[in-house]
Write a protein that binds this ligand. Structure first.
Ligand code: ZN
Length: 261
């Protein structure tokens, strides 16, 4: 069974096509957006996907995407790349089977939760730091819930955000106050969501930031709060792609269903 996974992000895209995701040598290919072809970034993704497929027809396709689609699979909103609005994404990425397109942070959280089966009873919050900040929460023993932690306001009248307001977490991650902003957001999330595991991934995460957040958290949280220590994503910047691969394989028809009788 050939599975195609694609991760579309603010700096470019990654793609992986494989018969066996655990096989050695199964590596993703990556592109950085070609600024000379900004009007055809979806076309760049199509070329990348075709290059990893190498002429094969996939049995299942899943796409990690940070924007939102309408019911017809057309991009309705992607604040960080508004020129994608109106792109018929599911049609463009149909290589013989309709693709599953889902939130990139949700898919990353899916992969990180799957990598930590022991974390399920503890609850887990995943934060994906990139051009924006996505996330998903698994309550103790429960399934994953999508959320938008990037737009938690950490400083009224702070930095302007792509959502039109000021002081959102994701706007402050580009500043020298990034660790403070993240610690405040996590402390606030811990007040309303039950989780003992905090996984931080995405392209702009790093050990120094996680260390600073771990140090700041006790200073900004309510005294006595049982705070999680931030831990890095096991799949690094590849969590969304790994989650897309998982989602595609879960969605694929079984061998029995595909074999004519
Ligand atoms: Zn915002």
């Amino acid at each position: 069974m050939v599975t195609l996974a694609i991760d579309i992000g603010g700096s470019g895209a990654r793609a992986l096509a494989t018969d066996d995701p655990d096989a050695p040598g199964t590596e993703a290919r990556e592109l950085r957006w070609d600024r000379a072809r900004v009007d055809d970034e979806p076309g760049q993704v199509v070329e990348l996907a075709r290059s990893v497929l190498g002429g094969r027809v996939p049995d299942a396709v899943a796409v990690a995407f940070p924007g939102s689609l309408d019911a017809a699979g057309v991009v309705r909103r992607w604040p960080n790349r508004p020129w994608w609005t109106g792109v018929a994404l599911t049609a463009r990425l149909d290589f013989g089977v309709p693709p599953l397109v889902d939130d990139d942070a949700y898919l990353a959280a899916l992969a990180e939760l799957a990598a930590r089966p022991e974390a399920r009873p503890d609850g887990l919050f995943y934060l994906g730091l990139g051009t924006g900040v996505g996330g998903a929460w698994a309550q103790p023993g429960g399934g994953l819930v999508r959320c938008e932690p990037g737009h938690l306001i950490v400083r009224p009248d702070g930095e302007p955000c792509s959502c039109g307001r000021r002081g959102c977490l994701q706007a402050h991650l580009r500043t020298a106050d990034a660790a403070w902003a993240l610690a405040l957001a996590v402390a606030n999330l811990a007040e309303i969501c039950a989780f003992r595991r905090l996984v931080v991934g995405g392209g702009t995460s790093g050990p120094a930031l996680l260390r600073d957040v771990a140090e700041l958290l006790p200073r900004v949280a309510r005294p006595g709060t049982d705070l999680p220590r931030p831990e890095p994503a096991r799949h690094g910047a590849g969590s969304s792609l790994r989650g897309a691969l998982l989602a595609a394989r879960l969605r694929a028809p079984s061998c029995d269903e595909r074999t004519p009788t």
